[in-house]
Design a protein around this ligand. Structure first.
Ligand code: NAI
Length: 254
C-alpha cells in the first residue's frame, strides 16, 4: 500500500510517449501507485508492451495510438477518459544539428512534436480538469538542455525552453482552479532515445556523462518516473510552476 500522499487509487492519469523509455516507466509507476493509466503514443507495439506490464502488476491500462501533433485525435483520447487527474506530457524526439546546418523543416518538426504536442496535451487536460472541477496535476517533460545549451541542441533546446515557458505560464493561469503544472528537466537518461548509436560510442558518452554527475552515473527511466509521480500526487500539493531537475547533480555539462 503506497504512502497516502503517493496513493493514486481512484485517480486517472494520461501519459504521452508511454510506449518507451521515460513515458513507459512513468505509466508503470503511476499505475503501481494505484492510478488507472491511459497510455498514448504513435508506437502501437510499444503501447501494447507497456499495457501488458501494467496489467501484469495488477493495474489498469488503456491505450491510444496517436500522434501528439494531431490535436483533434488527442482531444478525443483525453475526452474518452472517465475522469482526468494527471496529465504527463512526455512524448518527444531528439534532433541534433548545428545552428548553421539547421533547416526550416528540422525546426518545424522538432517544435511540432516537442512543443506543440506538449501544448495540445496541456490544453486538453486543463480544459477537461476545469470543466469537471478536478484539482489535477499536469507534468511536462523539459530537459537539462534548457539550462546548458550545447552543440547541436538548437531545435531540441528551443522546444524544451518553450515547454518551460508553457509550464510556468499555464501554472499562473490555472492555479486558481487548483490545478498544478510542473516540469521535469532530466539529465542524461539511458533510454532508446539516447541509445541509438553503436555500442562503443554509446559506452563512451555514458562514461563521460556519468563522470560529470556528482552521483557518478547516468539516469535510468525509473529515476525520472519517480519525479513524475512526485509531481503528479498530493505529496507535491503546494508545488506549481516549478522545474524539477533529476540529473545526478550535474550543474553544467558543457
Ligand atoms: P524514447 O524515444 O524512449 O521515448 C519517446 C516516446 O515518444 C516514444 O515512445 C515515441 O514513439 C514517442 N513519440 C515521439 N514522437 C511522438 C509523436 N509525434 N506522437 C506520439 N508519440 C511520439 O525517449 P525518452 O528518452 O524516454 O524521452 C522521453 C522524453 O524525455 C522526451 O520528451 C525527451 O525529450 C525527454 N528527455 C529525455 C532525456 C534522456 O536523456 N533520455 C533527457 C531529457 C529529456
Amino acid at each position: 500500500m503506497p504512502l497516502k500522499a503517493y496513493d493514486l487509487t481512484g485517480r486517472t492519469a494520461f501519459v504521452t510517449g508511454a510506449a518507451s523509455g521515460i513515458g513507459r516507466a512513468s505509466a508503470v509507476l503511476l499505475a503501481e501507485a494505484g492510478a488507472t493509466v491511459h497510455c498514448a503514443d504513435r508506437d502501437a507495439q510499444g503501447l501494447h508492451e507497456t499495457a501488458t506490464l501494467i496489467k501484469g502488476q495488477g493495474g489498469t491500462a488503456h491505450t491510444h495510438q496517436l500522434d501528439v501533433t494531431d490535436r483533434e485525435r488527442l482531444r478525443q483520447a483525453v475526452r474518452s477518459c472517465e475522469r482526468l487527474d494527471v496529465m504527463a506530457a512526455v512524448a518527444g524526439i531528439m534532433h541534433s544539428s548545428t545552428v548553421l546546418e539547421t533547416r526550416d523543416e528540422d525546426l518545424d518538426r522538432v517544435l511540432n512534436i516537442n512543443f506543440k504536442g506538449v501544448l495540445y496535451a496541456c490544453q486538453e487536460a486543463a480544459l477537461a480538469m476545469i470543466e469537471s472541477g478536478t484539482r489535477g496535476s499536469i507534468v511536462t517533460m523539459a530537459s537539462g538542455a534548457v539550462d546548458t545549451g550545447g552543440p547541436g541542441l538548437l531545435c531540441y533546446g528551443a522546444a524544451k525552453a518553450a515547454v518551460v515557458q508553457l509550464t510556468k505560464t499555464l501554472a499562473t493561469e490555472i492555479g486558481p482552479h487548483g490545478i498544478r503544472v510542473n516540469a521535469v528537466a532530466p539529465g542524461w537518461i539511458r533510454t532508446p532515445m539516447t541509445d541509438r548509436r553503436d555500442g562503443k560510442a554509446q559506452a563512451h558518452t555514458e562514461a563521460f556523462m556519468a563522470r560529470l554527475a556528482p552521483l557518478g552515473r547516468v539516469g535510468e527511466p525509473e529515476d525520472i518516473a519517480q519525479a513524475v509521480l512526485h509531481l503528479a500526487c498530493d505529496a507535491s500539493a503546494f508545488t506549481t510552476g516549478q522545474i524539477l531537475r533529476p540529473n545526478g547533480g550535474v550543474a553544467m555539462p558543457w
